[in-house]
Design a protein around this ligand. Structure first.
Ligand SMILES: Cc1cc2nc3c(=O)[nH]c(=O)nc-3n(C[C@H](O)[C@H](O)[C@H](O)COP(=O)(O)O)c2cc1C
Length: 250
């Protein structure tokens, strides 16, 4: 079954637009569940209900390939909320070590063309038909999706918080964004590849030397139900209450 947040009853009923959030199902219900004394006596049933929607939304998220993301993308106010949720992530030292670049409307076409030109320039040693194939696919990934958000790790170098932790926070931004997009009823995919790692691509985005693209998040309306995929076997990867009897501390 293709279960989206929308099919869970959170979507708008206006046909084409995936979601409308005039009435927020969570805002009212997620009220102070933990009283001032700090003892949690269980959530009122309305809170559990809202929580169950959130859990199902998280469980049902699947990536949707760029070729299956069409118009419409999120509206301005929807995007604003998606980005607000995306940046509500753990961030050691409150450094905000990330920034976002949104490509929509004409800029997604322009950036696609510039990336494609940069790809041709950087790879001019390649066989022509392969060069054209890859240059065009770089361009299409941007120009054919309604909206693309670059999540850029922009770490502070003037702190003792390791860069790896700052980059982990940027990765959390990507993940939160995917979940927020899905909760709105849209589809998305987190990709990287040449457009994320090449220095010529970085120049197209105007990145500083200490910055790097952690995620390219393509967003739109899903035109197909993404297939299920094998999920991790928790029995294999989780151990409970396990510690080494005699750890090797040398
Ligand atoms: C850092 C990162 C980079 C990724 N880059 C790509 C990519 O360039 N191309 C791609 O097809 N999938 C890429 N993926 C995988 C997809 O985002 C996605 O996880 C995968 O298609 C599985 O789909 P699911 O999200 O439904 O589990 C990347 C994932 C991560 C975490």
């Amino acid at each position: 079954m293709c279960e989206s947040a929308e099919s869970l009853g959170q979507g708008a009923a206006d046909g084409k637009r995936p979601m409308a959030h005039n009435s927020d199902p969570y805002r009212q219900e997620v009220s102070p569940a933990i009283p001032a004394g700090g003892v949690y006596h269980g959530a009122p049933s309305s809170v559990l209900h809202a929580g169950e929607h959130a859990l199902r939304s998280l469980e049902s998220r699947r990536s949707v390939g760029q070729g299956f993301l069409s118009e419409p993308g999120p509206r301005r106010e929807e995007l604003f909320r998606i980005l607000s949720i995306a940046t509500c992530v753990p961030d050691h030292g409150n450094l905000e070590p990330w920034r976002l670049i949104v490509f929509s409307d004409d800029t997604r076409i322009a950036v696609g063309e510039r990336l494609s030109a940069a790809y041709r320039h950087e790879n001019n040693f390649m066989e022509l038909h392969r060069l054209e194939k890859f240059a065009n696919s770089v361009c299409q990934a941007f120009s054919c999706t309604p909206l693309t958000v670059l999540v850029i790790s922009s770490p502070s170098l003037m702190t003792n918080i390791p860069i790896s932790e700052q980059e982990a926070s940027a990765a959390a931004v990507c993940m939160n964004m995917l979940n927020a997009v899905h909760a709105y009823g849209f589809g998305a995919k987190w990709v990287t590849g040449w457009a994320a790692s090449s220095t010529s691509a970085a120049a197209v985005y105007g990145l500083n030397t200490h910055e790097r693209v952690v995620g390219i998040i393509h967003i739109g309306t899903s035109t197909e139900c993404p297939k299920e995929r094998k999920r991790p076997d928790l029995n294999r990867i989780v151990r409970y209450n396990l510690i080494e009897e005699e750890p090797n501390l040398t």
